[in-house]
Design a binder for this molecule. Structure first.
Ligand code: ZN
Length: 241
């Protein structure tokens, strides 16, 4: 099984289309989305439609949750909350029902999926580094746990009680080692690289690849401005910060 991993799309249809185009020749047979389909960006309906059409397993992110339950946005900053309120007005009942149907966590063949942390999926905790990851391995039984939420790539392995941060973009996976993986954000990267981030997990070949792909960032930025959303949400796309 070869899995495409995408997370934190954030209503950025330009970035999501570029990822799917880039991956089109790579033979992925399972498409996994780790949530935050919406929020921040100007194309929530298009992003939801494409995720529903193309992805096999999808879990709910905190921005998705905030669209259907305003109480979930209490920790959001002003700009994030403005974008969620705009998104809520844009979506129809069918789209809200779809978001409501998304689970907080699920698993397939040795792979756990969750937006924030496996330890507390509804708590939206940020797993930012190896130390943060160390608390998570006891919370899932599978060999792999795929997370999102921070918008920062992170691959941590656990072998015989030893944690290791894997810094290569291609990681050779070994059967007796467990991994916590964040491939970074499709639609709003925050690691200083504006290109869309996603990953390919090949379970048969034992290979994980973190990939980046350029897209029309200026078009995504302009749509944010034209929609009347906070301009800074578009500006940060230009720098990936
Ligand atoms: Zn996010």
């Amino acid at each position: 099984m070869r899995c495409l991993i995408a997370t934190d799309i954030h209503s950025n249809i330009e970035a999501l289309e570029a990822v799917l185009e880039d991956a089109s020749g790579l033979g992925c047979d399972m498409y996994l989305c780790l949530g935050d389909i919406v929020g921040y960006g100007a194309s929530p309906r298009e992003a939801l439609a494409l995720v529903r059409d193309r992805f096999d397993e999808v879990v709910r992110g905190n921005h998705d949750a905030a669209v259907i339950d305003a109480a979930e946005s209490f920790r959001f900053n002003e700009n994030a909350r403005a974008a969620i309120e705009w998104t809520r007005r844009e979506l129809g009942p069918d789209e809200r029902d779809y978001i409501e149907s998304l689970p907080l966590t699920c698993h397939i063949d040795g792979v756990r999926l969750v937006h924030g942390s496996p330890e507390d999926p509804a708590g939206w905790h940020y797993v930012k580094d190896t130390m943060g990851a160390s608390y998570q391995f006891e919370a899932f039984e599978e060999q792999f746990c795929l997370i999102g939420h921070t918008h920062l790539p992170l691959v941590v392995s656990l072998a015989g009680g030893t944690l290791r941060s894997e810094t290569d973009t291609i990681v050779r996976l070994r059967p007796n080692i467990r991994y916590l993986v964040n491939v970074g954000s499709v639609g709003q990267p925050r690691d200083g690289d504006p290109d869309a981030a996603y990953g390919i997990l090949d379970l048969d070949a034992g290979r994980l690849e973190l990939r980046r792909v350029g897209y029309d960032v200026e078009r995504a930025r302009r749509k944010i401005v034209d929609a009347g959303l906070p301009e800074s949400l578009g500006e940060r796309l230009l720098t990936g910060a």
